[in-house]
Design a protein around this ligand. Structure first.
Ligand code: R5P
Length: 311
């Protein structure tokens, strides 16, 4: 038992100094509870306010797509360079080292395949399992204008409500069916609906015209998907334009893991997102990192034997 005689009363209360009250760094997130903010601060870098999310959840409806044949070989070596991992619980448990300590944005909707109608999803993960794997956020697809729009919105709101019980934020993912045009009008509609229904951040696509209006009209942070594989300079240019016009980062998959040099590419993407590097300079970085590995005689396609230590 502590000796009460030795307990000193505090004296230095700095009475004339008002208590500090922080404004949370992410747009639209100041009224959230501490746990939600803490998790969002793991997904987004509090210094830059941005994130490089590495997306490799494609298998949940596409199966073993190019570049994701072996998550242990293709993705694990990229983990040290990502801020957050967008993945399924199956990939996480089977292939991702628990020591990786990166924020996990857990894919929580599913239930269809590329062989069927894409918008026909359900909630595919119980909130308890998201907690069990220590998810920093849950991701759910919303198909505005899609055949199963209503059902996908129901999936979104049910996960948001479950997440509020435990302080886990939800990422609304705007799923755009083939029949819909990815223009500012459509993306503005879809992202705003997701945010108004309570999504804490929203994943969307970049569009050449009017993207700033999409960002301004969405009251929570937006991250952009990479989309189909582009030449590296084009992908870096897209990422640059997106963050320059207000996106809070990228959720990029194929343009990283399908690149000829995935580590060089994710490092180049980081330089754009976190250091405002121009696309040209980031591409130079990509090329020099790629060439370094070439001249060292290394295989640009990663192998587990030289997986860097995961931090
Ligand atoms: C789609 O399967 C997923 O939601 C992906 O996470 C998303 O499309 C981002 O990946 P990519 O940059 O390859 O489009």
């Amino acid at each position: 038992m502590p000796d009460v005689d030795e307990v000193n009363d505090g004296k230095n209360f700095r009475i004339n100094l008002p208590a500090k009250s922080n404004v949370f760094f992410l747009k639209g997130s100041n009224s959230l509870d501490w746990g939600m903010k803490n998790r969002l601060a793991r997904v987004f870098n509090p210094i830059t306010g941005r994130t490089v999310m590495l997306a490799f959840d494609h298998g949940y409806f596409q199966g073993p797509t190019t570049g994701l044949e072996r998550i242990d070989l293709n993705i694990v070596p990229l983990i040290p360079y990502a801020d957050a991992l967008m993945t399924t619980r199956g990939a996480l448990r089977s292939s991702i080292p628990a020591e990786s300590n990166k924020a996990v944005v857990l894919r929580c909707s599913g239930g269809q395949s590329i062989l069927k109608e894409l918008s026909n999803e359900l909630v595919a993960v119980a909130i308890e399992d998201a907690i069990r794997v220590n998810a920093a956020a849950m991701a759910v697809q919303v198909y505005i204008g899609g055949q199963h729009e209503h059902q996908s919105i129901r999936n979104l709101v049910s996960l948001i409500d479950a997440g509020y019980h435990y302080g886990i934020p939800t990422l609304g993912v705007t799923g755009v069916g083939k029949e819909l045009v990815r223009d500012a009008k459509y993306l503005g509609l879809a992202t705003r609906i997701a945010a108004e229904l309570g999504a804490h951040f929203v994943k969307t696509y970049f569009c050449e015209k009017g993207f700033e209006r999409v960002v301004a009209g969405c009251p929570v942070p937006l991250v952009v998907a990479g989309g189909k594989k582009l030449p590296e300079l084009d992908a870096l240019t897209m990422a640059y334009k997106a963050v320059d016009q207000g996106a809070a980062g990228v959720d990029m998959g194929r343009n990283i893991f399908q690149s000829e040099a995935p580590v060089a590419m994710i490092k180049a993407v980081r330089s754009v997102v976190h250091q405002d590097e121009t696309p040209e300079r980031a591409f130079e970085l990509y090329r020099s990192l790629k060439n370094e590995r070439h001249s060292a005689g290394e295989d640009l396609h990663l192998s587990a034997s030289r997986t860097p230590k995961v931090q």
